[in-house]
Write a protein that binds this ligand. Structure first.
Ligand code: G3H
Ligand code: 13P
Ligand code: ZN
Length: 375
């Protein structure tokens, strides 16, 4: 088994000048697809679950799925990481479950009932992050902290107001907390809707932060590329258009087939149209791979990807269900979803430069990492 700590994986990445993908998981197929890609390309890996994912799959289920993967793929050095740990208690729960690394997201106040969370003060962020660091390091578990806030509209880890990371504060934050890695806000956001026309990512800020804290690996959240081919493909499965022609009057075009309707059914027609058309993905842009590669050249070592995986899975499933509507065996559409994730992760591993790096080092046990922290 090649369980590794996040600290070791990222420190090795810093030595080698590459980045490591941190992929979010919720189910078995995602875990299997990601591990298969890492194994084939001999890449280290960070597999991460948000607390919502832990709740969705069930604490024990997710723990055992991840454990099964580490046993099946013993050559992949892998960190099991909690993404956006909202508070000390939930970080502690995941450490007890066997995660080798946690993120405490002290940048936001997760106790707020609002959908978008208010930012926490620098002092409060330092206090909760240090509490998690002191606890985790006793067990050799690594900690990622976050300074600055990311926007985004689809998940809980979205701030009411975007605040880019202040490089001076980054220095003080790392000194006062002892975090192993720092997530920085540089203009990216979570979810599919990052940029409308042109991505604006503050690589200059990454450079300055890296100069201030050269020994702390930086983390880029919200790093999905949201490829246009993918969103366009996804839209083709759900587009309904309405029209009128001489042959049979008004119709709904659903997946390329015309369904003629009587005027009396116009309410139903509008309902179907709203249901499908309004739910289409809007035009959007994600983070270009080149920007991530520039980040990597300037100290980014962990690259968080969730949305691209979600889009891949959904597109693969819709493709089967729409082209072969007679299928109802879940394996018929879950297998292609596993394959889609596998292909996506392979592409990211190659782009981030971590391919062929898994044999560069031997993963240190958490016991050994504990000794590293004691020094
Ligand atoms: O940054 C957040 C991740 O994309 C996880 O989202 O809380 O919906 O699992 P989630
Ligand atoms: P994306 O939504 O861009 O995939 O970002 C995921 C993320 O940052 C998880 O922490
Ligand atoms: Zn994130």
């Amino acid at each position: 088994m090649a369980l590794a700590s996040l600290k070791q994986i990222l420190d090795e990445a810093a030595k080698g000048g590459y980045g490591v993908g941190a992929f979010n998981v919720n189910n078995m197929e995602q875990i299997q697809g990601i591990f298969k890609a890492a194994q084939e390309l001999e890449s280290p890996l960070i597999i991460q679950a948000s607390f919502n994912a832990v709740k969705y799959a069930g604490l024990k289920f997710l723990q055992h799925l991840m454990k099964a993967a580490t046993e099946t793929y013993p050559d992949v050095p892998v960190a099991l990481h909690l993404d956006h740990g909202p508070d000390f208690d939930r970080c502690k729960t995941c450490i007890e479950l066997g995660f080798t690394s946690v993120m405490i997201d002290g940048s936001l106040d997760y106790s707020s009932k609002e959908k978008k969370k208010p930012a926490r003060s620098f002092e409060d962020n330092v206090a909760v992050t240090k509490q998690v660091v002191d606890y985790s390091h006793q067990f050799g578990v690594s900690v990622e902290g976050e300074l600055g806030t990311l926007g985004g509209i689809e998940d809980e880890a979205s701030a009411q107001k975007v605040m880019l990371t202040d490089p001076e504060q980054a220095n003080a934050f790392v000194e006062q907390t002892g975090v192993d890695a720092l997530a920085v806000a540089i203009g990216t956001s979570h979810g599919a809707y990052k940029f409308k026309e042109k991505p604006i990512i503050d690589i200059e800020r990454v450079k300055v932060i890296h100069e201030k804290i050269p020994h702390t690996p930086l983390v880029m959240h919200g790093s999905s590329s949201v490829p246009m081919e993918l969103t366009e493909k996804l839209n083709t499965f759900i587009v309904v258009s309405k029209g009128k022609d001489d042959e049979g009057g008004p119709y709904i075009d659903f997946l390329g087939k015309k369904y003629y309707i009587d005027q009396d059914y116009s309410i139903a027609r509008d309902m179907v149209y709203d249901l499908f058309f309004k739910n289409r993905l809007k035009k959007t842009m994600g983070v270009p791979i080149e920007s991530i590669q520039m980040g990597i050249r300037n100290g980014v070592r962990k690259i968080n990807v969730d949305t691209d995986g979600r889009l891949m899975v959904t597109t693969a499933i819709l493709e089967v269900l729409c082209s072969q509507p007679e299928k109802f065996d879940p394996r018929d559409y879950l297998e292609p979803s596993r394959e889609a994730i596998y292909n996506m992760v392979k592409g990211k591993i190659l782009a981030f430069g971590s391919a062929g790096r898994s044999k560069d080092y031997k993963p240190k046990s958490l016991k050994r990492m504990k000794k590293v922290y004691e020094k």
